[in-house]
Design a protein around this ligand. Structure first.
Ligand SMILES: [Zn+2]
Length: 260
C-alpha cells in the first residue's frame, strides 16, 4: 500500500504535467462515470491529502482518487506504450496535448464539486506532508484513545494522515516502542509523531523509502519486512505478527530487544 510520501510525489508529478493545461480526452472506466467526458476543461491543480489525490479542474470540479492497496498513476507521452498493467486494470485516462495520465487499479474514483471535497477528505487528521501540518493536533487525536495499540493508532488516517505500514513499523523502532504498546503508555507521543513526520519528509522527493540512511538493498529498513532476520542494531531476530482486526489487519514488525 502506498504511503503518504508516495502519494505526495505522485501528486506533484501529476500537477507538474497537467496543471494549466486543457484536457483533450478523458476516459472513465468505472461504471458510475462511464458517460462522463471532461475534455475541454482545464486542470487547475493536483494536490495530495494523506493518501488521497484531488485533481481540481475549472468550473470547480474535483476528481478524487485513492490508491488503497495497489492503485497507481502513470504518466506517458502520447504514443508511448502503457506499462502499468493490463488494459482492464485502467480506471481513468486524463489526456492533454502533452501527457497521458493513466490511473490503474484505483478503487476510489469519484467526481464531486469543489465545495464538497470535505466529504472525501474531511475525515482526515492533520496531513504530515500537507501545507497545514499540525503535529500538536495529531498528538491530541492520538491521545484521545489511550487504550489503542500504537501501531493501530498510527495507521488510522483520522489521527494523522500519511503513515502506512512501512513508516508505522520504522517509527516505532526508532522510538524504541513496540507497536503493541498502549497509546496511553507511550511516554512521549510528540516524539513518535515527529519521528514519523521526519521519515516521510526525508523520502517525499524520491520513490525510495529509506529509514536507516543506508540505501543498500536489504538495509533500507530497520524492521519492516525483516521478520526472522537479525535486527540491524542488536542482532535479535525481528518479530512479526498480524495486528488489528480483519480485514484491516496488517503485519507488524518489531525487534523484541530494542522495542519494549
Ligand atoms: Zn534490536
Amino acid at each position: 500500500m502506498p504511503e503518504g510520501d508516495t502519494v505526495w510525489l505522485a501528486g506533484r508529478r501529476l500537477h507538474d504535467a497537467l496543471a494549466g493545461h486543457a484536457l483533450t480526452r478523458t476516459d472513465f472506466r468505472v461504471p458510475q462515470l462511464a458517460t462522463v467526458d471532461l475534455s475541454g476543461r482545464t486542470v487547475t491543480e493536483v494536490v495530495s491529502r494523506g493518501k488521497h489525490l484531488l485533481f481540481r479542474a475549472d468550473d470547480d470540479l474535483t476528481l478524487h482518487t485513492h490508491f488503497r492497496m495497489d492503485g497507481t498513476w502513470h504518466l506517458y507521452r502520447p504514443g508511448e506504450r502503457w506499462r502499468g498493467g493490463p488494459q482492464w486494470q485502467v480506471r481513468v485516462l486524463l489526456e492533454t496535448a502533452r501527457w497521458q495520465a493513466v490511473g490503474y487499479r484505483l478503487p476510489v474514483v469519484e467526481l464531486l464539486p469543489r465545495d464538497r471535497e470535505h466529504e472525501a477528505v474531511g475525515h482526515l487528521g492533520p496531513d504530515i506532508l500537507g501545507p497545514d501540518w499540525d503535529p500538536e493536533e495529531a498528538v491530541r487525536r492520538l491521545a484521545a484513545d489511550p487504550d489503542r495499540e500504537l501501531g493501530q493508532a498510527l495507521l488510522d488516517q483520522r489521527n494523522l494522515a500519511g503513515i502506512g505500514n512501512v513508516y508505522k513499523a520504522e517509527s516505532c523502532f526508532l522510538v524504541g516502542l513496540s507497536p503493541w504498546t498502549r497509546v496511553g503508555d507511550v511516554p512521549d507521543l510528540a516524539a513518535v509523531v515527529d519521528r514519523a513526520a521526519r521519515l516521510l519528509q526525508a523520502n517525499k522527493n524520491t520513490a525510495a523509502q529509506v529509514t536507516t540512511g543506508d540505501t543498500r538493498r536489504g538495509r533500507q529498513h530497520w524492521v519492516f519486512e525483516r521478520g526472522g532476520r537479525p535486527c540491524l542494531r542488536c542482532g535479535t531476530a525481528v518479530a512479526s505478527a498480524r495486528q488489528g482486526d480483519p480485514p484491516y489487519d496488517r503485519i507488524s514488525y518489531w525487534c523484541p530487544a530494542c522495542q519494549r
